[in-house]
Ligand binder design. Structure first.
Ligand code: 13P
Length: 336
């Protein structure tokens, strides 16, 4: 078993998942302003430190994805954020892409940037305690999109990123996110997501990435958020499993889904169905941002001094997601 494979398994095993707390300052400002809290470095740190010191970190969270500002921040107790996270047993990780920009020659689509200077930045993050990283490619669905150009260029960037990350002894999270926006059916999402994931692995293999030392972070197979089609959680899980079984090489140790705009309960219920029906050898867990933090952020914004109330809300969500990662969740548990 390679060192990278061991790290990936440590992050994902025993029903643990990933807390994606790597919102850029721009995104975090939108989230904080939506609950009427000023977006300052101190407030961003206070919310995140509250989550990272929660009791559920120990049993539920295997890894935390940080943003550049956060990985460099020092808490009120004088500890660095990676130290606070590592003390709970979770592994600190870092988002290393610099965001999705207009794709030349297909300007309604996006290409993710951040390869320039990446090797040097990775060394700094490793020294700060990071042992895994994230890079997100983003694709939209329409009758024309994602184009072959977007599928190819994002897969190429994800592969180049992955080689540099493994060279620096860290586990790359490979995140090709096919967005929920649109009125498409789940079958369209299935076919476009399959094309995207297959191309990613074609490029990862070409670039000689060790597939046993990556984590795939895909979207689930869902109907578009403006679609009239409503499918059950059971159907979502079967389509998602079929797509991944057909597109992901068996060496990959685990898959950690993004929530992508699903509600907290939807993201939990769908992950639970996926695990109940899991007929693959992949670990299937969560790497949620909004679906782990939304309620906690609302409670925190009512009184940012009431740490217990925020942590109780986060603990509940993390426990529900960890049960779902083992196929042991049920809706009745939400009200206990
Ligand atoms: P969401 O779960 O809110 O989609 O965030 C996950 C993530 O890391 C997106 O890159």
């Amino acid at each position: 078993m390679s060192e990278l494979n061991k790290i990936a398994i440590q992050i994902l095993s025993s029903g643990k998942g990933i807390l994606a707390a790597d919102e850029s300052n721009g995104t975090m400002t939108k989230r904080l302003e939506a609950v009427s809290v000023k977006s300052s470095p101190e407030n961003r740190l206070a919310f995140r430190e509250t989550l990272f010191s929660s009791e559920s970190m120990k049993d539920c969270i295997g890894g935390v994805i940080l943003y550049d500002e956060t990985i460099n921040q020092i808490t009120s107790s004088g500890k660095s954020i990676p130290e606070v996270i590592a003390k709970t047993g979770a592994i600190p990780g870092i988002k290393v892409d610099t965001g999705a920009k207009e794709l030349a020659n297909s300007t309604e689509e996006k290409i993710t940037e951040g390869l320039d200077g990446l090797r040097e930045r990775l060394k700094k993050y490793y020294a700060l305690g990071a042992r895994f990283t994230k890079w997100r490619g983003v694709y939209s669905i329409s009758d024309k999109f994602p184009s072959k150009l977007a599928i190819h260029s994002n897969a190429h960037a994800l592969a180049r990123y992955s080689t540099l990350v493994q060279e620096c002894n860290m586990v790359p999270i490979v995140e090709p996110e096919v967005l929920m926006d649109g009125s498409h059916t789940a079958d369209i999402c299935f076919s476009k997501t399959s094309d995207v994931i297959k191309k990613c692995f074609e490029e990862l293999i070409l670039h000689k990435v060790d597939l046993s030392g990556i984590i795939l972070k895909p979207n689930m197979i869902l109907s578009g958020s403006q679609s009239k089609e409503k499918i059950s959680s059971e159907e979502i899980s079967l389509k998602t499993l079929k797509c991944l079984k057909n597109s992901v090489p068996s060496e990959v140790p685990g898959i950690a889904f993004l929530s992508g705009g699903q509600s907290e309960i939807e993201a939990t219920e769908n992950l639970n169905s996926i695990n109940k029906n899991n007929n693959t050898n992949f670990i299937m867990t969560y790497s949620y941002g909004r679906a782990l933090q939304q309620s906690a952020l609302k409670i925190w914004s009512n009184n940012i001094k009431d740490i217990d109330a925020t942590q109780n809300t986060f603990n509940h969500r993390a426990k529900m997601c960890t049960l779902a990662a083992q196929g042991k969740w049920s809706s009745e548990l939400e009200n206990k």
